[in-house]
Design a protein around this ligand. Structure first.
Ligand SMILES: Cc1cc2nc3c(=O)[nH]c(=O)nc-3n(C[C@H](O)[C@H](O)[C@H](O)COP(=O)(O)O)c2cc1C
Length: 177
């Protein structure tokens, strides 16, 4: 079983990125399990003075979840052409640990825009030694949609097949590592 940790970079209750990672969890193909990390908003602001024995519990929970996962999927909005602070903060908690080193990872997208944030996040994750998926990334456009519209798009058979195909391809990438 390939265990994947999925992270939404948005804290918004009606988040399109959150809806996308939840749909990935619902539609995982056999042999692949996707769990959603929902603690981003509870993580304290990273401070290098609070590492080692002083690491806060929420940060330890996140670091352990990444360590245990076989791979990580991130779905992230773009704020002012950058990566939202909450997600960057979470990633900062991993920088001086082994959790991210060689960990297979991929981005998925709920917005067809956000090219700056996609590139910035790839650069950050590469620098942290995540092993970035080299296949095609999944984009399911949910930008600007209300809940019932998102539900419709995410229940579409073509989109369900795309989610399954993406997770299968990513699982093969993980297995080959
Ligand atoms: C503060 C803020 C800044 C944003 N800046 C950008 C931007 O620079 N480029 C862009 O494409 N979208 C931008 N957006 C739009 C969001 O990226 C878009 O609404 C996103 O898909 C929302 O994700 P969510 O539904 O998961 O919260 C911004 C939104 C907010 C709230």
């Amino acid at each position: 079983m390939i265990d994947i940790l999925a992270i939404s970079g948005s804290l918004r209750a009606a988040s399109t990125n959150r809806a996308l990672v939840a749909a990935l969890a619902r539609n995982a193909p056999s042999g692949c399990r996707v769990s959603v990390y929902d603690g981003l908003g509870r993580l304290p602001i990273f401070n290098p003075d609070d590492e080692g024995g002083r690491t806060p519990g929420e940060a330890t929970t996140f670091i352990d979840a990444v360590t245990r996962a076989d791979g990580v999927i991130v779905s992230c909005p773009e704020y002012a052409h950058g990566v939202p602070g909450g997600l960057k903060n979470a990633l900062d908690w991993l920088v001086s640990r082994d959790a991210a080193v060689g960990k297979p990872a991929m981005q998925v997208h709920a917005s067809p825009r956000s090219q700056f944030a996609r590139a910035a996040l790839a650069e950050i994750m590469k620098t942290m030694s995540f092993d970035l998926f080299d296949g095609p990334e999944l984009t399911i456009t949910l930008l600007g949609k209300r809940q019932h519209e998102m539900d419709e798009v995410l229940a579409d058979v073509v989109n369900i097949a795309s989610m399954r195909d993406t997770l299968s391809a990513f699982s093969s990438f993980v297995r080959a590592r």
